[in-house]
Design a protein around this ligand. Structure first.
Ligand code: FAD
Length: 690
């Protein structure tokens, strides 16, 4: 029989669905965001840009393009810094580019007197960042087809590479290593080393700084560049508007994009377009006074933004009011905080990182990571604008001396305003062009939280489990407080009846720009993850999640308990949970008993309380005690999941597992490790770690 239109539509939907299933949504994981370019449009950059790299360089008169593959903004920041330095020290005509905005079959047309740089973060389990997926798949393919089809397609290409990774993960810096290898295979010439920064060792910034100087020397030699006295040139102009005031409806006061400004926010909600979600439930999970852990539930029923058990919720935070005040004050901008600014990129290839026209207050409160760690290189840049010679010398010293910088700045967790206050001894820094901050400080990043609810049980209500970041820093009067978790803490206080919550002396503009978040809302989006239950619930699972690492396992248990109640055949479920004391930070203590009722002997909770016995006991010790049971389950093809601390716990669990396999199966530890590796490769072993 012939297919009618309806059949074709139905078949197409099934086909697309199947494709989505088998590619895990990868093909459209990076859905092009229709509003992503809206800032640019605001700022007059030309639309319909070419995706051909050589053409772009030609059209914009550049001889150096710096691509970033960035998830949390660091790689993007390094790319901007290389662009600045190339221009100011060597007179290179540089531009920064998002990998997502170009087609890489055009790499073979880049002439040999130009240079292409790659700053590439490796994300999670050796994965490309969302914006680098297509690039990575293209260049590393055996049979990559470049435009001109030459035998040695990249024989003309000169490139530079730096990777951002974390040595606590199995595939350390896989992105830069694989891309470097692929480019060489295609005949390209690398200048300098392929640098590798290590977040795991906490040396990312220093690794970058140590790598870039020899790279610049090699590049200067290769391209015949002459070094000159670096002079700061702003990339953005911020001009007070003569016609607009803070009350003008077209002025952004922190709204994330045009639709939010105009009150027409609609989906798709994603990393460029948050959903302003109502908080419908929130409470404290710890029973001690000095530490806090929040259980927060947001209602997503109005968003058409489905989630799946195991996904992450991204929370868009707001900086604390006192930090905003401090930052504006040290720059002498307090009185101008509500001045409306029009913002233009002076270089057409640069993107203004927030929507404009806007105010200093909105930029600092909603768009800049003003509380984050300070970059040493940035201090060196700011030295030129110091209020006096003594301050200038001190800034130059901090910028130039790694150990001194660490001792004075990093060890105290100072943020940029804290540095300027302390180095300037209270003087105002009124000479710094504001563009230097727009360029030198990261965009305020959403924070991710492993969703702790099951989409089967509560499809319209997402819960997260977040421990409030608060650290006593030796030698510092006040404690350090994390940005997002303290903002969430304030929201929780308000949701529980405190109209003007102050947490640790801080307040937040929790009603949002123009009070649009009033009624207790928080901007969020969902990030899909591959951390997923087996599709067949009868498969056994082993979950290891101490502390807030238990978050996704609460979701898993919710789901399996529901399946069991519904009469499905649910496999054995082991959960290893650890915390300090059963009376203090035992998360969801009562809920586990409910799940036990639903699942009976098919659920066992195994606890490790590190501060209750004479010896510290952690989840990995408990895992080892259960060697025989764990091995049997793995033989029955159990899935194993690890969530939480990447630096220590996840690594230890990995090696304990190899030891268990070795001892139980009478094989060498090396063989045990290999089996674990294969389990990871086949998704039988999944991690959600941070
Ligand atoms: P931030 O302000 O971001 O500070 C975090 C840390 O950065 C500080 O502790 C400090 O070490 C460093 N830092 C910040 N500023 C400075 C400075 N000026 N100087 C020196 N160091 C500084 N967390 C949970 O609680 N529950 C979860 O379920 C969860 N799931 C996650 C899932 C994923 C995939 C990822 C990537 C992370 C997850 N996290 C989770 C962690 C979470 O995203 C946040 O990192 C955490 O809540 C801290 O955020 P914050 O804004 O409060 O702290």
């Amino acid at each position: 029989a012939e297919l009618d239109t309806l059949d074709i539509i139905v078949l197409s939907v099934i086909l697309l669905g199947t494709l989505a299933y088998f590619t895990k949504g990868k093909l459209w994981g990076i859905v092009k965001d229709p509003y992503g370019g809206s800032f640019q449009n605001n700022n007059g950059a030309k639309a319909g840009k070419t995706r051909n790299i050589a053409e772009m360089l030609e059209e914009s008169n550049k001889n150096c393009i710096i691509f970033y593959g960035s998830q949390t903004g660091t790689a993007e920041d390094y790319a901007s810094r290389l662009a600045k330095e190339g221009k100011s020290r060597f007179g290179l005509e540089t531009m920064v580019a998002d990998l997502e905005d170009f087609d890489f079959d055009s790499l073979d047309s880049v002439p040999s007197d130009k240079v292409v740089m790659f700053v590439l973060a490796t994300y999670g389990e050796g994965e490309p960042t969302d914006n680098a997926v297509e690039f990575f798949e293209f260049v590393t393919a055996e049979d990559a087809q470049f435009t001109q089809g030459a035998d040695v397609p990249l024989g003309n290409l000169t490139y530079v590479g730096f990777g951002l990774g974390n040595n606590t993960y199995e595939h350390y810096n896989l992105m830069i290593r694989a891309v470097d290898k692929a480019l060489q295979r295609h005949g390209a010439t690398r200048v300098g080393e392929a640098g590798e920064g290590d977040d795991g060792a906490g040396t990312m910034e220093e690794d970058f700084l140590a790598w870039k100087d020899p790279m610049w020397a090699a590049l200067a030699e290769k391209m015949g560049l002459e070094e000159r006295e670096a002079v700061y040139e702003p990339i953005f102009s911020l001009t007070p508007s003569e016609t607009l005031s803070v009350d003008s409806p077209e002025v952004y006061l922190g709204e994330p994009n045009k639709m939010h400004l105009e009150g027409t926010a609609k989906g798709p909600f994603n990393a460029h377009n948050p959903y302003i979600a109502p908080i419908v439930e929130s409470h404290e999970l710890f029973t001690v006074k000095d530490r806090n852990c929040l259980h927060i539930e947001v209602d997503i029923s109005g968003s058409n933004m489905p989630y799946q058990t195991g996904d992450h919720l991204a929370v868009w935070p707001t900086n604390a009011g006192a930090e905003v005040d401090r930052f504006l004050s040290v720059l002498g901008l307090t009185d101008k905080r509500n001045t409306v600014l029009t913002v233009k990129a002076l270089d057409p290839t640069a993107k203004v990182p927030f929507p404009a026209p806007t105010t200093y207050d909105a930029i600092v409160r909603y768009h800049m990571e003003i509380c984050g760690p300070v970059s040493r290189q940035f201090l060196a840049t700011l030295a030129a604008f110091a209020p006096d010679e003594e301050t200038k010398a001190e800034m130059a010293k901090l910028g130039g001396d790694k150990d001194y910088f660490h001792e004075k700045i990093n060890a105290h967790h100072l943020n940029i305003a804290g540095v300027l206050e302390s180095v300037g001894k209270g003087k105002k820094w009124t000479n710094i062009p504001f563009s230097a901050f727009v360029e030198g400080i990261n965009k305020l990043q959403p924070r991710y939280y492993s969703i702790s609810s099951s989409s089967l049980v509560q499809p319209q209500k997402i819960s997260i489990t977040a421990v409030v970041e608060s650290q006593v820093i030796p030698g510092r009067a006040d404690a350090f407080h994390g940005v997002a978790t303290n903002y969430l803490y304030a929201l929780k206080q308000k949701q529980n009846g405190d109209p003007n919550p102050t947490v640790f002396g801080q307040t937040y503009e929790i009603t949002g720009p123009r009070n649009k978040y009033d009624g207790i809302h928080v901007p969020v989006h969902i990030r899909h993850s591959n951390f997923k239950l087996p599709s067949d619930p009868s498969k056994p699972i082993i979950c290891i999640g101490p502390g807030t690492g238990v978050a996704p396992f609460r979701a898993f248990l919710q789901e399996r308990a529901k399946q069991a109640t519904d009469g499905e055949n649910v496999g054995e479920t082991l959960l290893f949970f650890g915390c300090r004391k059963s009376t203090e930070d035992f998360l969801y203590k009562d809920e586990w008993e409910e799940y036990k009722k639903a699942m009976g002997d098919n659920f066992e909770l195994i606890t490790a309380f590190s501060r209750e016995g004479a010896k510290k006991v952690y989840v990995q010790h408990r895992l080892k005690e259960r060697a025989e049971q764990v091995n049997k389950l793995l033989e029955a093809k159990a899935y194993i999941y690890v969530c939480g601390d990447a630096a220590n716990m996840a690594r230890e669990v990995n090696s304990v597992l190899a030891q268990i396999l070795a001892s139980q199966r009478g094989i060498s530890e090396a063989k045990g490790e290999e089996i674990v590796k294969n389990m990871r490769a086949s998704n039988q072993y999944q991690e959600d770690v941070w």
